[in-house]
Design a protein around this ligand. Structure first.
Ligand code: F6P
Length: 324
């Protein structure tokens, strides 16, 4: 393998730049050429590639977003699109690909590898942490800290006005952000997709909390929760059933995807980038690098997409005890 290309694909996540830096510098270390692909698979289809050297990635380890930009490519879902992508790699003499992204990006990578037998290694980058084969995806730790910081601020208002706040966090169909940020920010209740506790239970717990002398509360709601109500409907529901509560809603949204990566995400990105390049140079393909028991491991890319990454429901119990 003489030349490796790197791209970021899907939703951006803090730590992606640190991972790009790591891939580029590991290539330089092993005297392997490196190229960056702009806008993920879409940029690849359109031939939007640039050569990257160790110096191209100066001063980006601390930056959020991705210098290579990102996209969710519709064209790459078509055979013609993937054919163009392959031609673009050949034209630039690229021998292998590192894809930094989430499950959608890896699904595209698996199909591409099957069709063109092109070497590919994935680095998990998404704030959702919804990928099997790694305890942590890039950006998850930073997003958690961002969410906790925001909820701490909301708590100031909740407590000053004796209010109940519903705070919606991201995570798509996974409750990792909600559960961990909820415990970290001391939320009264946490609603996650993996465990639907029912609305009655939430009312009960809010009543209990009032009885116990609490005058304000925070309920953290995962965007994919299974209550069947969106966060605004949940707020209305509580106001109807518990008129003693003055309720407000705050949707944290894309602020959770931005910002400087935490030290954890920077270190993780650096480790995974090194491993991704070394695996390719070792003749390996179709793997995702990840973290398990604080060791870098690799998992079959298909398994990483299809496998389960279960949430630690023990944290719900911890949360219950903490709200006594
Ligand atoms: O996968 C990351 C994520 O931020 C999810 O948490 C969220 O559901 C989704 O992307 C939002 O996507 P978009 O930026 O396209 O609105």
């Amino acid at each position: 393998i003489k030349k490796i290309a790197v791209m970021t694909s899907g939703g951006d996540a803090p730590g992606m730049n640190a991972a790009i830096r790591s891939v580029v510098r590991t290539c330089a270390y092993y005297r392997t050429d490196c190229m960056g692909i702009y806008r993920g698979y879409q940029g690849l289809i359109e031939g939007d590639l640039i050569p990257l050297t160790a110096r191209s990635v100066n001063n980006i380890i601390h930056k959020g977003g991705t210098i290579l930009k990102s996209a969710r490519s519709k064209d790459f879902r078509t055979k013609e699109g993937r054919q163009k992508a392959y031609e673009s790699l050949k034209k630039n003499n690229v021998d292998a690909l590192v894809v930094i992204g989430g499950d959608g990006s890896f699904t595209g990578g698996v199909i591409f590898n099957k069709e063109f037998n092109f070497p590919i290694i994935g680095i998990p980058g998404t704030i959702d942490n919804d990928i099997s084969g790694t305890s942590h995806t890039l950006g998850y730790d930073t997003a958690l800290n961002t969410a906790v910081e925001a909820i701490d601020k909301i708590r100031d208002t909740a407590s000053s006005h004796n209010r109940l706040f519903f705070v919606e966090v991201m995570g798509r169909d996974a409750g990792f952000i909600a559960l961990n940020a909820g415990v970290g920010a001391g939320a009264e209740e946490i609603l996650i997709p993996e465990e639907d506790l029912g609305l009655e239970r939430m009312l009960e717990s809010l009543k209990k909390s009032r009885r116990s002398g609490k005058s304000s509360s925070i309920v953290v709601v995962s965007e994919g929760d299974k209550t069947g109500k969106n966060v605004f409907e949940l707020a209305d529901y509580v106001e109807e059933n518990l008129p003693e509560y003055e309720v407000r809603v705050s949707v944290l949204g894309h602020m959770q995807r931005g910002g400087s990566p935490s030290c954890f995400d920077r270190v993780l990105a650096s480790r995974l980038g090194v491993s991704a390049v070394e695996l390719l140079l070792d003749g390996k393909t179709n793997l995702m690098v990840g973290l398990k028991d604080n060791k870098v491991i690799s998992t079959d890319l298909e398994k990483a997409i299809k496998g389960q990454h279960n949430i630690d429901t023990e944290l719900l119990r911890v949360s219950d005890i903490m709200t006594t």
